[in-house]
Design a binder for this molecule. Structure first.
Ligand code: NAD
Length: 501
């Protein structure tokens, strides 16, 4: 298929809902003339005054020059049927998430538009290959997956099905850039990139809650301490547990019930009980004007407790961080860089960075702490003493961690604690996606930072933490839980071999 530059192509957007109106706005803002169509009578026309209001707000806030709003609106023309759109060179579909509805719309469109017209779908979960099945020219159909709210979110997943023409995917990639977005190529597989790689962020949190390891509030504190804007529990409350559960189920089913994607009984129970999150007034947390917000606290590090000797074990980013904190606390310490673990020896007892094993597996003299992703003092960090640790050692371990600048959050002695096990699983999922040709490593990093606001991408974490350490955590989780969930991606295992060869 010969594909021209689409920068000045007339566009038809089908579906004047949340996504369609956002897409129409972005296209018109980039100078396209846009036709807007919706099956519901009057919906496309009704969208314009609503859009006018939000554009005026932008003008009032000084975020859009006066006059620009009127120009954008003038470029958007509601139409009544697909037959009004014979001249467009691009269709972006954002109708109901239903395979039959999408197939039938595109088949109808093929009888109206030119053979060169590109057909793009904004589906968030349906196979692009399946939508194209039955088209006369299946090579022209491509996924153009925007994120909500469309004008603000930078990411566009450009999703190629089995028959998508490479030139079509490239034309949509270039057009997305022209629209001020950051496009990422993806192969059409369940969840594409973001909805696939993000699963462990929810799944591990739900697994920890099911094991009674901690509370939703503590989980969220730990994740904000790792640099995330929202913890998993408040995020699931915002998305809605029904929506999140449905996405999890669809990814699970689409992967032929691979246990790695298994939904959680915790979430099932919340959905069954109508605790859907913000929209129902209660999820993990309660919402409403009468609910008091927790008061902000200021972190003050105590002085390092009086101990006889401190040894720093291991190398890498966490060991460096501990070395800097010990120096700031004015402590002299011996460094054992070749140790096979990372952490501190304190008067013969061990405060270890989790490697995916519970502290209790080492006996009474060990406590474990979570992977610290943020370097600023006062960042929350999960930790756990061994079940058989003395009260004196538990108190000392917590005091040492606080003196080193960590806002300690004690959780049950679960393997991999909170952040380490989840980040390892995010890296694992991203590695599998790359291994299976779904996206590139750079694409995965861009997608997770721009699609769900992660503070860094999975491959950036991998570079910091090291493939062997990540695989070690996963292998230990796999040994502990015995199932398919924590199996290491072949792509990740190969990275370890490449670095040790
Ligand atoms: P929405 O319900 O807000 O809007 C859908 C619109 O499509 C409605 O106005 C409906 O009347 C119209 N419609 C339904 N069938 C139609 C047809 N056959 N022809 C023309 N119009 C039709 O939905 P939305 O949230 O905007 O989602 C639209 C699509 O975008 C879905 O495929 C969804 O999965 C995808 N998506 C949604 C989000 C999100 O966060 N809402 C994010 C990414 C992708």
């Amino acid at each position: 298929m010969q594909t021209n530059n689409l920068n000045d192509a007339p566009v038809l957007v089908v579906g004047a809902g949340i996504m369609g109106v956002g897409i129409a706005q972005v296209a018109a803002q980039a100078g396209h003339s846009v036709m807007l169509l919706d099956a519901r009578e009057g919906a496309a026309s009704a969208a314009k005054p609503k859009l006018a209001q939000s554009l005026e707000t932008l003008v009032a806030k000084g975020k859009m020059p006066a006059g620009a709003a009127a120009q954008i609106l003038a470029r958007i023309v509601p139409v009544a049927t697909v037959h009004d759109a014979g001249t467009v060179r691009l269709v972006v579909e954002a109708i109901v998430e239903n395979l039959d509805a999408k197939r039938s719309l595109f088949q109808q469109l093929e009888s109206v538009v030119d053979a060169q017209c590109i057909l793009a779908t904004n589906t968030s979960s349906i196979s692009v290959t399946a939508i194209a099945n039955g088209l006369q020219h299946p090579g022209r159909l491509v996924g153009m997956h925007f994120f909500n709210p469309v004008p603000l979110m930078k990411l566009v997943e450009v999703v190629s099905g089995l028959q998508t023409d490479k030139a079509v995917a490239e034309a949509i990639f270039a057009l997305s850039q022209h629209w001020g977005k950051v496009p990422v190529h993806a192969r059409s597989t369940p969840g594409f990139i973001v909805n696939r790689i993000a699963r462990p962020y929810y799944a591990e949190s739900l697994a920890l809650l099911q094991q009674q390891a901690t509370t939703p509030a503590v989980l969220d504190i730990c994740w904000r301490g790792a640099g995330f804007r929202m913890g998993p529990c408040e995020l699931m409350d915002l998305i809605g547990h029904d929506t999140n559960f449905a996405v999890t189920q669809s990814v699970f089913e689409a992967n032929f019930y691979d246990k790695r994607y298994a939904p959680s009984l915790v979430q099932r129970e919340m959905v069954d009980g109508g605790l859907l999150g913000r929209k129902s007034g209660r999820g993990f947390f309660s919402y409403g004007s009468d609910v008091a917000k927790p008061a902000a606290t200021t972190f003050v590090a105590p002085v390092f407790p009086g101990v006889r000797d401190v040894h720093l074990h291991g190398q890498g980013a966490v060991a460096q961080r501990l070395a800097a904190a010990l120096a700031t606390a004015g402590l002299t310490f011996a460094h054992m860089p070749d140790s096979d673990w990372v952490g501190l020896g304190i008067d013969g007892r061990h405060l270890r960075l989790t490697d995916g094993r519970a502290a209790s597996s080492f006996g009474p003299l060990v406590a474990v702490f979570d992977l610290p992703l943020l370097t600023q003092p006062g960042a929350a960090l999960a930790w756990a003493p061994s079940d058989s640790a003395s009260a004196e050692w538990s108190a000392l371990a917590a005091q040492c961690l606080r003196a080193l600048g960590f806002d300690t959050q004690q959780v049950a002695d679960v393997p991999g604690l909170v952040v380490a096990r989840t980040v390892a699983m995010l890296i694992n999922e991203a590695s599998d996606a790359v291994h299976q040709g779904v996206c590139s490593a750079q694409g995965a990093d861009d997608a997770m930072q721009l699609g769900v606001n992660y503070p860094a991408g999975p491959f950036q974490w991998l570079a910091q933490w090291g493939a062997s350490a990540v695989v070690q955590v996963l292998d230990h989780l796999d040994t502990h839980y015995r199932g398919e969930r924590y199996r290491v991606s072949p792509g990740l295992r190969h990275r370890v071999w490449q670095h040790t060869a």
